[in-house]
Design a protein around this ligand. Structure first.
Ligand SMILES: Nc1ncnc2c1ncn2[C@@H]1O[C@H](COP(=O)(O)OP(=O)(O)OP(=O)(O)O)[C@@H](O)[C@H]1O
Length: 565
């Protein structure tokens, strides 16, 4: 009897188990088939989407495909080729304003390098592009498109290795670019943690991973994963980073590992050339007047291509293949484009109005007007009003926040000391207004010489030629000290129509003298005063400017080192 009961129970258990496994199998099958059904549906949808495409945007059609197609930027391209196309390619940072060809140059330089037989870049060298503004990562290292990550078994997606407890390293951009170029746009926006990891990879030329699931003696783990954990994943690439920020905003540790290259703003002529090329590539012809007007509105190459694209669409709507002046004007009007500000110097001789030079953004030079007005007042009771400058600045350094008077204000004070001590001009005897017009707050020490000339001119009523420009820091002993961005400043002075530019002696370089503008290096204010005021003093009535009451300033006194030094 007991046997029968036991057999019945066993049979029942067998049946229950059988039903259980049958149901499991069935549900697995139905899950599989529903996955397949869904996947097939999605695949069809994807195929349909792939078949649908709009026409290629003009911005893509016009993208330069070789360095030769990049308009202007001769110096930048030469430096880029020197850094990347030789035997020992370097890491590079390209600085420059937006839309002037930085990305275009970076994308095409690898082709140029591969063509050179001495280059270590092979024919399969990869160009991997990342944008630091959109790059995201997980601080635990679970997901990191730049560095790569480890898929630990605990996380979904570990696949067959998951149940076996095997961590899987996944390559990031630094490894995908191995043997080629990793291009990071807007490098200034890279998260500091990522920046530090990148610096380490640049140093090691490998990327190392860690995982709590990795054990050296685990024989289940495949050999290649052991090698990656123990020796690192290869990441030997050359970095090309681009930025619209200024060099000071880029971490010094990265800068010191890279060759720094500068792309400049495009000239009107270059923008005209880019517009013409864009029109041709888009299947249009474009009138001369249209190109010329377009160059007044477009700030850079990207703007130019965009205006051509919209103007071309206008022409197409009217079945035309020629872009006219009216098309460009209509685009400018309807998109509220404002003509690009053009600063031009004049041929006048002006009292108190002087051209300084400045750089802003990545490396854009500009002429900066400085104007001074001085009225005699009760001796030693004068006041100076300064407008248009940065009042004070805060410097963040290693967690400390330091506040100081702006450097341009310090320059003004230096100029006042030099006027008193070297040029016998007591600014306290005048009510002075020193203004930096233009709406952009001015800072930096490089306006020192221009400030000094402006104040001297206003106080003594001696006109200054407006077709000259100045850059240089001034010391309280009247020495002219070196400043940054001189090449850009000289280019800006030339663009504005200046005939002469005074630069600090220590900034003098031979290439500056081949820019089509007279570049005059000066060591101290004696040289500047002699050169700038000599003509005016020679021709001035009476040849006589009372400076302090006792001191008389004459053409001779400003042209020789003896009196003013
Ligand atoms: N110097 C140039 N020569 C020819 N085309 C140019 C030049 N500069 C810009 N362009 C045109 O503008 C487009 C955008 O240029 P690109 O992306 O290289 O600019 P960028 O300097 O990298 O700007 P951003 O800093 O905004 O990324 C290019 O695809 C090209 O059509």
């Amino acid at each position: 009897m007991l046997n029968v009961i036991m057999t019945a129970v066993q049979l029942w258990l067998l049946c229950v188990m059988g039903i259980y496994f049958y149901t499991m199998l069935k549900s697995q099958k139905s899950t599989k088939s529903s996955i397949h059904r869904d996947a097939n549906g999605e695949l069809e949808k994807l195929r349909r989407m792939q078949k649908t495409s709009l026409t290629e945007p003009l911005s893509e059609k016009t993208r330069p495909s070789s360095l030769e197609e990049i308009v202007g930027q001769e110096d930048g391209l030469k430096a880029l080729k020197a850094a990347l196309c030789g035997k020992n390619p370097q890491h590079v940072i390209i600085y420059g304003p937006p839309g002037v060809g930085k990305t275009a140059a970076a994308r095409t330089v690898l082709k140029e390098a591969v063509a050179n037989s001495v280059s270590p870049f092979g024919s399969h060298a990869q160009f991997v592009e990342m944008d630091a503004t959109t790059m995201r990562f997980d601080e635990r290292g679970i997901a990191d498109p730049l560095m790569g990550s480890v898929h630990d078994p605990i996380y979904q997606g570990a696949g067959a290795y998951g149940p076996a407890g095997i961590p899987q390293p996944k390559a990031g951009a630094v490894t995908k670019a191995h043997g080629g170029i990793l291009f990071i746009d807007e490098i200034g926006e890279l998260h500091p943690v990522q920046m530090n990891k990148l610096l380490k990879v640049l140093e090691d030329r490998k990327v190392y991973f860690e995982s709590a699931y990795y054990a050296k003696n685990n024989r289940e783990i495949p050999m290649y994963i052991h090698e990656i954990f123990q020796k690192g994943m290869p990441a030997d690439f050359r970095l090309v980073a681009a930025t619209t920020s200024s060099p000071e905003e880029i971490p010094p540790a990265l800068r010191s590992r890279c060759t720094e290259i500068y792309f400049r703003p495009l000239t009107k002529k270059e923008i005209m050339k880019i517009s013409e090329n864009a029109a041709i590539k888009g299947g249009f012809s474009i009138s001369r007047e249209a190109v010329s007007r377009l160059s007044e509105y477009a700030d850079n190459g990207r703007d130019a291509v965009n205006i051509v694209q919209t103007a071309g669409s206008c022409a197409s709507l009217e079945n035309r293949t020629r872009i006219t002046l009216e098309d460009v004007e209509w685009v400018a009007e309807s998109t509220r484009c404002t003509p690009r500000a053009e600063i031009k110097v004049t041929k006048d001789e002006l009292i108190g109005r002087v051209n300084g030079l400045a750089v802003y953004g990545a490396n854009m030079g500009t002429v900066m007007t400085i104007e001074a007005e001085a009225n005699p007042c009760e001796p030693s009771k004068g006041a100076i009003k300064i407008t248009g400058v940065v009042e004070s600045e805060t410097i963040e350094r290693r967690g400390q926040s330091l506040k100081r008077e702006s450097t341009v204000k310090a320059s003004i004070e230096n100029a006042i000391t030099v006027l008193a001590e070297k040029l016998h001009t007591n600014t306290k005897d005048y009510n002075i207004h020193l203004n930096f017009p233009g709406g952009m707050p001015v800072d930096g020490p490089s306006a020192g010489t221009a400030i000094l000339v402006s104040l001297f001119s206003a106080i003594h009523h001696i006109p200054v030629r407006n077709d000259i420009a100045f850059t240089g820091e001034i010391s309280i002993f009247g020495n002219v000290m070196p400043v940054g961005g001189v090449a850009e400043k000289v280019a800006a002075a030339k663009e504005a129509g200046a005939q002469r530019v005074y630069i600090p002696q220590d900034n003098d370089r031979s290439f500056l003298h081949a820019q089509g503008i007279a570049v005059i290096p000066v060591k101290n204010i004696d040289e500047i005063m002699a050169a700038v005021f000599k003509d005016s003093l020679d021709t001035a009535e009476n040849n006589h400017y009372a400076v302090t009451g006792e001191q008389v300033l004459t053409a001779e006194s400003v042209s020789g080192n003896n009196v003013l030094s």
